[in-house]
Structures are given as C-alpha cells and as structure tokens.
Design a protein around this ligand. Structure first.
Ligand SMILES: Cc1ncc(COP(=O)(O)O)c(C=O)c1O
Length: 379
C-alpha cells in the first residue's frame, strides 16, 4: 500500500513541478466570470421552485432510477421528456444521457466502425477525444475551423467519414462555420456530428442551439446537447433519427451499463426547457446585451477575443505569466481561472472569461480595467 502511494506521489510531484497540479477549490472571488451559468438558470429561484413543484407531481415518485434504462430504470416520464426534447430540437427522437461527457463518449465510441475515418476539429472537447480513443475507426484532427484543411483530409479519407465539430468552441468561444461545412460534407458524403454544448440555451428558439437557429438541423447526422451549461441543470441528450437513438440504446456502453438519471434530474430537464419556452427570448437578448457591452469596452485591446459569444479569451502567453494575471484579477474580486498549456497549445495560454446575464455593468467595467492594467505581450 505504501509503495503504491509513493508511485502516485511521484507522479503528482512531477505535475506540481511543472506547475500543472490541479486541486479542488471553491469560488476564488465573488464576481463570477467563470461559471457556465450564462443566462442565470442555475441560480434562478423561479426554476428551483418549478422543479420542486414538478417533483411533487410525479406519479409514483422514486428517489432513484433503480437500474439501467434497459432494466428497471426506464419510466414513462423519462420517455415523455425525451419526446419534448425531440420536438424542441426538431429531431425525430432524443435520448437522454447522464452528461455531455457520456453522450460524446457514446456517440464517438459506438458509431464510427473499423475502416471508417473520423475527422475532428483540433479544438474539440476532451469527451470527444476520449470517445475517439475507444473507437476502432481511424481519427485525424483538422486545423481549427479550417475548411480547406478539412477538404484535403476528406480527399484522402477512407470508409465512411464522420466530421466532428462544436457549434461554439469551449476554449475560444468562436463559432463553427456550419453552413459551408454542411455543403462540404455533402460533397464528400460525410456525416456531421455536432456538439452543441455551449449553444444549448443561448441560441435558437427555446434554447434549441445553432443548427436549429440556422435551419440546418436536418443536415446533421447526430447532435449532442448538454444541460449543465446555459440550461443551469445537468445531463445531456443526443438528437437524430429513430435509428440513431435505437442504435445508441443497443451499442452505447455508457448508456447501457449505468444507472439511469433519477426522476429529480428528469424533472429538472423538463422544467428548465419549459422555463426557456417562456423566458428564453429575453434571457438570450440580455446575454447579447452583456456581450455587446463587454466587446465595446475592450475593442481596442488586441489580446482580447471580443467575439459574439459568452466565452471570451485574453491571451497571456506562458503558464507562469497567465497564473500571475489570474492571481491579480482574483485579488481584484473576479472569479476567473487561467487556462494553461497543455490544455491549450503552448503560447496560447489565456484567461477564459465567461459572461452572464447577471454580470452588472460595474462588474464588466472592473473586468475591462483589469484587462488594461497588465501588459498584453508577455511577462
Ligand atoms: C464542448 C463540450 N462538450 C461536452 C462537454 C461535457 O458536458 P458535461 O459537462 O455535461 O459532461 C463539455 C463540458 O465542458 C463541453 O465544453
């Protein structure tokens, strides 16, 4: 036992010496520029009350699902909520997962087969990368949002080709060029898998995401929506044809071999989307206003992304430098975290800033002042 501990300790020391040791922390400062609660649903008392009320209305309530969806863990309520999700996301069918991580690992590990090729944007989320590692298909990155590089790879790809992209990228906050991407995929007979984690809730009617907002949902083979970000709750769903859902029920190991979500989570999903049907448009507008105000304050700063999403970045190259910036901002009252390499490529270390409907103008002014104070080009 002691020896095993020493092995683990050695590896942790290596991490620590590289300045990369992770640790669980509470909020580091009072002003939230870190959470994914973009439109404030996680902290909404009205949504909390709606979920509580719904839980009391569920016929024959249970504390837990009691088993996998394929055994005792299925319920009419879960299927009814999936039917609602399918309607919201304009799909034939939807399948709920415990998390976006489980959904992505499921889709990527189960769908592409030996002999197939997965081409994914180099900046896709770790859950997509982990799913690809479990797949027997070949997989290659293409340069971020670079359709020319993608096309060159499409020309060389063998078997059925899957293109994997995100609607809004989690580290850069930029948007995937979905319309030309769909045209390119169609030319090469490739299927698109689209992760809508950061657009669920913030875009599209009722929070239905980018593909629906652009009317392109029918052109995407598989869409993944997550509920732990703008929806303020937890879980995810995969949307596609009935065959997509039936296939996952049969082949997706993270779906099959795990206890289903409890009724509480299903009620939360139900209520969060009902809430969005009613309040989604003004919340999305409030977020656009916050983003617009932030961009206005920082438009002369070349190290700040200033894009049109809730995720903004400010580059401070070098792990030591970006950590120093984070400490100073945190001391000023901002809950912000540095993104270090190798999570992002060396030289692209950055402060990641999440904007919210509840961030006041004064808070954004303070953030803008912090962005101005420190030198932008290296320590
Ligand atoms: C693009 C993307 N996909 C998937 C996930 C995973 O979603 P979840 O937190 O629901 O597991 C995340 C979360 O960080 C993400 O950013």
């Amino acid at each position: 036992m002691k020896d095993f501990d020493a092995v683990l300790r050695n590896r942790l020391v290596v991490r620590e010496e590289a300045g990369l040791l992770r640790a669980l922390r509470q909020a580091v400062a009072p002003i939230d520029f870190t959470s994914n609660d973009y439109i404030g649903l996680a902290r909404s008392p009205a949504l909390f009350a709606a979920i509580e009320q719904k839980l009391n209305q569920i016929p024959s309530p249970l504390n837990g699902a009691t088993g996998s969806r394929l055994l005792s863990g299925n319920a009419p309520y879960t299927e009814a909520v999936e039917a609602t999700l399918a309607r919201i996301f304009f799909g034939d069918a939807a399948l709920i997962f415990q998390s976006g991580y489980a959904a992505n690992v499921s889709v990527l590990s189960a769908m592409p087969q030996r002999g197939d090729t997965i081409l994914c944007d180099e900046l896709v989320h770790a859950s997509i990368k982990d799913g690809m590692r479990l797949s027997l298909a070949k997989h290659h990155n293409f340069r971020h949002n670079d359709l020319q590089d993608l096309e060159e790879r499409l020309q060389r790809a063998t078997g059925q080709v899957f293109i994997v992209v995100e609607s809004i990228y989690s580290m850069d906050g930029d948007t995937c060029p979905l319309e030309p991407l769909v045209a390119l995929a169609e030319r090469y007979g490739a299927f698109i898998i689209l992760d809508e984690a950061h657009s669920t809730g913030v875009m599209g009617e009722g929070g239905s995401g980018l593909a629906v907002a652009l009317g392109m949902h029918d052109k995407i083979a598989v869409r993944i929506y997550t509920f732990g970000k703008a929806m303020g709750i937890h879980g995810a769903c995969v949307v596609g044809t009935h065959s997509v859902v039936e296939y996952l029920v049969n082949f997706a190991r993270p779906f099959i071999y795990t206890t289903a979500l409890p009724p509480h989570s299903i009620a939360a999903i139900d209520c969060a989307f009902a809430y969005m049907q009613e309040h989604g448009a003004p919340l999305q507008q409030a977020l656009r206003d916050t983003i617009g105000y932030f961009v206005q304050q920082v438009q002369d700063l070349p190290h700040v992304s200033g894009n049109n999403s809730a995720i903004q970045t400010a580059l401070y190259p070098g792990n030591a430098y970006v950590r120093q910036v984070a400490r100073e901002w945190q001391a000023a009252g901002l809950d912000v975290r540095p993104i270090l390499s190798p999570t992002v490529p060396a030289g692209a270390e950055r402060m990641r800033i999440c904007l919210h409907t509840f961030n006041t103008r004064e808070e954004i002014d303070l953030l803008a002042r912090c962005l101005r104070v420190l030198p932008a080009a290296g320590p």
